[in-house]
Structure formats: C-alpha cells, structure tokens
Design a binder for this molecule. Structure first.
Ligand code: 5GP
Ligand code: ZN
Length: 133
C-alpha cells in the first residue's frame, strides 16, 4: 500500500513516537487527540478495516487495547477509557488502514462519544433479530 500513511507509520518509515510495539503492531499517539493520551493501535501489515482483518490479529489488537487501557489508568490516572473502531466512511473512518482508538477519558473532558437512542417497535426488533440471528 504505497500511499497509506498508517502503513508508513506502522512500519516505522515515518517517525511517530511509538508507545508500544509488538511483531505485528505499533501503538502511537493520535496526532489530533480527542483527549490527553489518545492512542492508535496499528497493524504493521495493511488491512483496510475490520472486515478483512484476520481474526488472530483482531484478538491481538484487543489484547493490546486492554494493556494500553490498564497503562492509561495507572500512569495517566484517567477516569475511564473508550475503545473505538470505525469501518467505512459512513461510520466515520477517515484513514483506510485498520486502527483501534484507545481514548482515555477524564471527568469533564468535554468530549462526547455517543449516539441518539432510537425507539424501535418490538416488531422492528423482531425483524432485525430474524436478519442477524
Ligand atoms: P478514523 O476516523 O479513521 O477512525 O481515525 C483516524 C485517526 O487518525 C484520527 O483520529 C486522526 O486524528 C488520526 N490521524 C490522521 N493522520 C494521522 C497521522 O499522520 N499520524 C497520527 N498519529 N494520527 C493521525
Ligand atoms: Zn496501510
């Protein structure tokens, strides 16, 4: 993936202030962080998003997220942590190389990660269960 910025960062071709590295992943700080300590978990190999990420890599990414979240609690003394991952433009993905956001949260950090709660009918819920189950 020649022009993928996260390929270059993950492979160490662009210096990025690594905070954790494994054989298959690099963890760096987000350049436009939501909060102090906002980190990105990047596979060194290129995968566009969760759909094409091998399941062992998905498992590894979540293990790293856990490790980073624990470290953020310990060292940044954050009050909470969001794990976030966007797939495709409609879901807010802007860099098309899989990444997991690990976002430390602080009481009154002024950030809002959420959605407007829907009000489906029980029939709509039944239909969706039918489709997804
Ligand atoms: P997405 O919206 O695709 O889930 O998240 C992309 C994230 O990558 C954003 O939070 C953005 O700030 C971050 N980002 C974009 N370009 C760079 C970069 O060159 N370096 C780093 N460290 N983060 C980046
Ligand atoms: Zn890439």
């Amino acid at each position: 993936m020649e022009n993928c910025i996260f390929c270059k960062i993950a492979k160490g071709e662009i210096p990025s202030g690594t905070i954790e590295e494994t054989n298959q992943f690099r963890v760096v700080l987000d350049v436009s962080p939501a909060t102090r300590g906002h980190a990105l978990i990047l596979p060194k190999a290129h995968y566009t998003n969760l759909y094409d990420l091998p399941e062992e890599m998905a498992a590894e990414a979540m293990k790293l997220a856990q490790k980073m979240a624990q470290r953020m609690k310990e060292r940044l003394h954050c009050d909470g942590v969001n794990i976030l991952q966007n797939n495709e433009e409609a879901a807010g993905q802007t860099v098309f190389h899989f990444h997991l956001h690990v976002i430390p949260r602080y009481r009154e950090d002024g950030q809002k990660i959420g959605w407007k709660p829907g009000e489906p009918t029980s029939q709509e819920l039944d239909e969706i269960r039918e489709l997804l189950g």
